[in-house]
Ligand binder design. Structure first.
Ligand SMILES: [Zn+2]
Ligand SMILES: [Zn+2]
Length: 516
């Protein structure tokens, strides 16, 4: 059984109704670990529904969390905002409502593309609406117990006057600098490092925030969460998950949600990703270069407790080929892949939308990588594909959309991640090169032969081989000559396929110029 089905069945053993949660603090580019978290949750959510359960998927953006430091990707001027809730800090680019939105909005758009549609909760709104008021009162009423739980489990000493509530100073708006003096429900008196002394009424929404170790369990109860996965960094002994479990059960009298611990996604050659260092590949970038069904496949095809190595260079092409093969197997066009388990469920869970009724039109991805370098405009690419019979003359809309979307991913990958060896550019004019006699006579023969054959990959390929044999020019030299006059470089994509995608007249003219 697929891992998501196993988790779904465990949940359904308890009861039918489930709230599956996942969350994030949008304090920087959202990293691909978050992508794994939300796709893992989405997979379990889909399986619960499929097995007859009643499930809801929720996504909590903790935008009332404070800015921890000036991250490397921020201007120095952000020093003054450290400690303030990220929903109340201006956005770095000036186009968003807040700092939090700057990172959150584009990630939410990315979620739509991968077919994840959760109900969104913003912590800033929940606090301001007073949704947390009861949880805050319960926490403050149990200050000693909570303090004891955290100290006992995390082995961390908390300050003498610690309370499970971060007061938001009314003067400097920071959540980190105000110290409590006295709590007498509903008032907390405080003194702030900024010099301000004041008092807040905890019944006023947004007067402060529960510390993370208390916020998490409070939210489980508030939203009736029954399942929430977490990364292995939170699952360490004495970590936030351990204290959260004790707090939710002992203080909030609510059973801790079920979970799975997911491993990191490592970037090949770069190691683990940490968004706080500002060096990570962001979730959106990963989605820009990877077709959504393939990104889902990467997560669905790996047990959550196995780390994933993502290769943003040539490995990505292999991953896409692997997905395409799975698709052919799913639709019965190819033999099942040896050693691969749960083929059917893996394919189904990899779909952003419903599974198609028949095999979608496939085009080898490497071909697409070649085509988008011949022409970037989809309309022209489509013409080439139609002329060369790679797609039907009248492709259905959905198939065409799928292919054009893949073309966009290929373009993004080429611009940002592809190794030089797969890149090329069709030169508008004959490049300045010196061809030797042997090369010139090869081109002359080629020009003559090409005008007599079908403009198809195999015919072109065979012709090049025949001339090379007859003329005794090494085949490598023959290919090199072709690339030199068209691309101005010595290597290029497979010549037969490549030339067949170019306009025949263009090739013919270029040969003529080169021979002159
Ligand atoms: Zn912005
Ligand atoms: Zn202050």
């Amino acid at each position: 059984m697929h891992w998501a089905e196993v988790l779904a069945e465990q949940l359904l053993k308890d009861k039918k109704k489930h709230i599956l949660a996942t969350g994030i603090t949008p304090s920087g580019p959202i990293h691909i670990g978050n992508m794994r978290e939300i796709l893992t949750t989405d997979a379990v959510y889909r399986c619960v529904i499929e097995k007859g359960g009643d499930a809801k998927l929720v996504y909590i953006a903790d935008d009332y969390d404070h800015l921890r430091k000036v991250y490397p990707y921020l201007p120095k001027t952000y020093e003054k905002y450290v400690g303030m809730p990220i929903s109340e800090i201006p956005c770095p680019c000036g186009k968003h409502k807040s700092y939090a939105d700057h990172y959150l909005i584009s990630f939410l758009n990315a979620l739509k593309e991968i077919g994840v549609n959760p109900k969104l909760y913003r912590a800033s709104e929940m606090y301001k609406n007073g949704d947390y008021n009861e949880a805050i009162k319960t926490a403050l009423d149990n200050t000693d117990k909570i303090k004891d739980i955290i100290q006992r489990i995390s082995k961390r000493q908390l300050p003498k006057n610690w309370i499970p509530f971060n007061i938001k100073c009314e003067k400097c708006n920071k959540l980190t600098t105000a110290k409590p003096i006295l709590y007498n429900y509903p008032i907390v008196e405080y003194t702030c490092d900024c010099g301000y002394d004041g008092e807040i009424d905890i019944r006023n929404g947004g007067a402060g925030k529960l510390p993370w170790r208390v916020d998490w369990p409070a939210r489980w109860k508030m939203l009736d969460v029954t399942f929430e996965p977490f990364g292995k960094d939170l699952g360490t002994v004495g970590g936030a998950r351990d204290t959260g479990e004790a707090i939710v059960e002992e203080i909030y009298k609510y059973p801790a949600p079920k979970y799975t611990v997911y491993e990191f996604i490592l970037l090949k050659g770069k190691g683990a990703m940490h968004s706080s260092k500002g060096t990570a590949l962001s979730a959106e970038e990963m989605l820009h270069m990877t077709p959504p069904e393939v990104l889902r496949f990467l997560i669905m095809n790996n047990q959550p407790n196995k780390h994933i190595v993502f290769d943003s260079e040539l490995g990505l092409l292999n991953l896409i080929d692997e997905y395409d093969k799975l698709e052919r197997v799913y639709f019965g066009k190819e033999e099942p892949i040896k050693g691969m388990k749960d083929l059917k469920k893996t394919y189904e869970l990899s779909q952003p939308d419903d599974v198609k009724e028949e095999l979608p039109h496939q085009l080898p991805y490497r071909h697409l990588v070649t085509l988008v370098q011949i022409d970037t405009d989809w309309k022209n690419i489509k013409k080439i594909l139609q002329r060369t019979n790679q797609i039907p003359k009248d492709p259905d809309k959905e198939n065409e959309k799928h292919l054009s979307q893949r073309a966009d991913h290929a373009k993004y990958w080429l611009e940002n991640f592809a190794p030089d060896m797969v890149k090329f550019e069709i030169k508008k004019k004959l490049p300045k090169i010196n061809l030797n006699k042997e090369q010139l006579s090869f081109l002359t023969n080629l020009k003559g032969e090409l005008s007599t054959i079908q403009w198809e990959p195999e015919d072109i390929h065979n012709t090049i081989y025949q001339i090379s044999e007859k003329q005794e020019i090494p085949i490598k030299e023959a290919f090199k000559t072709i690339y030199q006059i068209i691309l101005g470089q010595e290597k290029g994509p497979r010549a037969g396929y490549f030339l067949s995608n170019l306009d025949q007249d263009f090739v013919s003219k270029r040969l003529e110029e080169a021979i002159k």
